[in-house]
Design a protein. Sequence first.
Length: 411
Amino acid sequence: MNITLKSTVAASALVVAAGAATAECSIDGGRVNIIGNEFPAIQTIASAAAECAGVKVESNLTADHQTLNVAGMSGNPAEYTSAVVANSSIVALINEDVIQPLDALVAEYGQDIPKRQLITVDGKVMAVAFMANAQTLAYRADVLEEVGMDVPTTYEGVLEAAEAIRAAGIMEHPVGGPYAAGWNLAQEFNNMYLGHGGEFFEPGTANVAINNPQGVATLEMMKALTKYMNPDYLTHDSNGTQAEWEAGNVALMHMWGSRMQILMDDEGSEPQVYENTKVAGPLLVGDSGVPASTLWWDGWTVAKNISDEDAAATFQALTYAVSPAILNDTTMDQAVWLIDGYEPAPVSEGVLAAVAAGTKPYPMLPYMGLLHTAAGDNIADFLTDKESAEQTLADIEAAYTAAAKEQGYVN
């Protein structure tokens, strides 16, 4: 699979303010039904699409979108006419052949879409990106000041700060992160493993290669962090971790840039929390010098198993929904937008720092999802002291290899 990212994340940091355009959206019939995650930027896009006259627009924005989108697009006709995806999740939709190339629709309705937003796979446009994302550090400035510590730049520094916060009696569980068993936990492994300088596969092959010193160091650091987390950390996805932060229970957290606007607004938490919530760049770990995070894009697709009328309606509605028309004082700080007219806001500083630090993109490989699933299914055994690090890594490799053989990626 040859994937070209014309929508470079770095471009987001270079977009100059052009001023939000005013426009109207009118479509002559068709159906639009969007499935995606539920953070503010995607909520804004779904709401903007619903402004289009002449078409029925529905959406299902849920944290469970990745377990629903393939099934919801596999019927004929598909239930969902579009899935909002990222680097990783588009691969499953391509592999299952449930989304269609957009080249003809771009030619007819998308001439104004900047080329940097077109995600090309094997020479065909398969998605339109609208934002960049990465996981970086959120911290409580007041808490760090109280214990006399600088903002950590490494995970080792996070452990030192967490111990100081606990020892001072300020918080018992000062560290947070989306460690829910499954996809979230695997993503934290991916970040930490890259930060240790690890490579997921043998060069030029789909043969997995994580049972190594970098893999062991990754698991050991993850376990060290969990000693300062809420004991229920294996149930905390991004929503659960966000709730812990807003409740004032957490002072240091590795979190998505797309969530920072929620953490820093005046809803859901007391002034002492939101006024002292600050954003920093991605953390380092060990001595590799590689940020322990991954760069992502988010974008939208069009289902394959729908009528031409529904495909055209979906494309037009979502093209409008990611146009400069949506940018205003409220939406500007919801994301690192790839949209013309975007002006970087303070909540975007972490993602922009990740760009500047050379954070690696999440691997857009057709078999990476298999490794992600295998990791998510097995890491908890090490964190809960049921297995050694080496055995856990061996289990991940065995589960991945079995799935990769079944799908023909390895012999």
